[in-house]
Design a protein around this ligand. Structure first.
Ligand code: NDP
Length: 295
């Protein structure tokens, strides 16, 4: 008899819809109290196709939640000084609760300098060292949007993680490293025993196969295959890649870091791409902006 797959989807689209409904209610209350809606600005430098798509999605999500949003588009030839001057203006704009500078920036601009220039109180992406430090110490602040969105996703579906072995693949400052910290915190979701892996890890598959929760944030399409995953594992796929496919209307399809079709049947829970972590990242951004608006 054919085996029946029983995996459940960590559906970020559906979770986001529910959470954004609550955000919209709270945004309306903030608007009544302060006579203005929460306000997020997004800065886009250059015309990278994927960045444009992400920024558009963020702006649209703001509008749907009843936030005010401002999109600031700058040419690819914008200088570092010009961008820093804009960041300074946004830091001091009393009508603005939070803002993001969409990454990656053109190579002639130092991303670290720009991140450091953002006022931590308006840093709703949660990338500023002050906010990262607060996260490490468990103090109030803005959590990095993608890892925080993953925690919200697990929470939404009532996935209990206490005592589990969580393997994070990737150690970037914006995803892998903060993810490993959040999963090891004394909270639920959290309370995991965490292993962080990266490109220098020896025999990665031997480690991923031990994961009760596997969180790949690698940036390599369909890198995680079925033989790297334990039966019954929870898999949260952070990766997002455009694979050219001329037969499609958009000319591409989206895939994650996980080979979904072969991995999903082994999982208890798995997040899809698209419709998994992506929408939750935007939901986190809205949660952070709402928090900034409440002061
Ligand atoms: P980075 O490129 O900054 O980091 C990738 C990490 O993966 C690095 O730590 C790297 O190791 C590690 N890595 C690379 N190759 C291997 C390998 N063969 N084996 C083990 N580890 C490896 O990427 P990000 O963290 O910024 O993003 C990761 C992915 O998530 C990307 O696909 C990105 O598009 C996606 N993403 C999705 C978001 C969403 O909202 N859905 C938001 C943010 C990112 P080392 O440090 O040694 O180089």
């Amino acid at each position: 008899m054919a085996e029946v797959s029983t995996y459940r989807l960590l559906d970020g689209k559906s979770a986001s819809k529910a959470i954004r409904g609550r955000i919209a209610q709270e945004a309306a209350e903030v608007k009544t109290e302060r006579a203005r809606a929460p306000h997020l600005a997004a800065v886009l430098v250059g015309s990278d196709g994927a960045s444009r798509t992400y920024v558009d999605a963020k702006v649209k999500a703001c509008e749907t939640a009843g936030f005010r949003s401002t999109l600031i588009e700058l040419g690819a030839d914008t200088t570092e000084d010009e961008l820093l001057a804009l960041v300074h203006r946004l830091n001091n704009d009393p009508e603005l609760d939070g803002f993001i500078v969409q990454l990656p920036l053109p190579v002639h601009i130092d991303e670290e300098k720009v991140t450091l220039a953002i006022d931590p109180r308006k840093d709703v992406d949660g990338f500023h060292p002050e906010n990262l430090g607060r996260m490490v110490l468990g103090l109030p602040g803005f959590l990095p949007a993608t890892p925080a969105g993953i925690v919200e996703l697990l929470r939404h579906y009532g996935v209990r993680t206490s005592g589990m072995h969580c393997v994070v693949v990737g150690r970037s400052n914006i995803v892998g490293t903060p993810m490993s910290i959040l999963m090891s915190r004394n909270s639920e979701p959290g309370n995991c025993t965490v292993t962080v892996t990266h490109s220098r890890t020896r025999d990665l598959a031997a480690i991923t196969r031990q994961a009760d929760i596997l969180i790949p944030a690698i940036g390599r399409p369909e890198f995680i295959t079925a033989d790297m995953v334990k039966e019954g594992a929870i898999v949260v796929d952070v990766g997002i890649h455009r694979i050219e496919e001329p037969s499609r209307k958009r000319g591409f399809r989206l895939v994650g870091d996980v080979k979904f079709d072969e991995v999903a049947p082994k999982c208890s829970w798995i997040s899809p791409v698209p419709g998994g972590v992506g929408p939750m990242t935007i939901t986190s951004l809205l949660l952070n902006t709402l928090k900034a608006a409440k002061g």
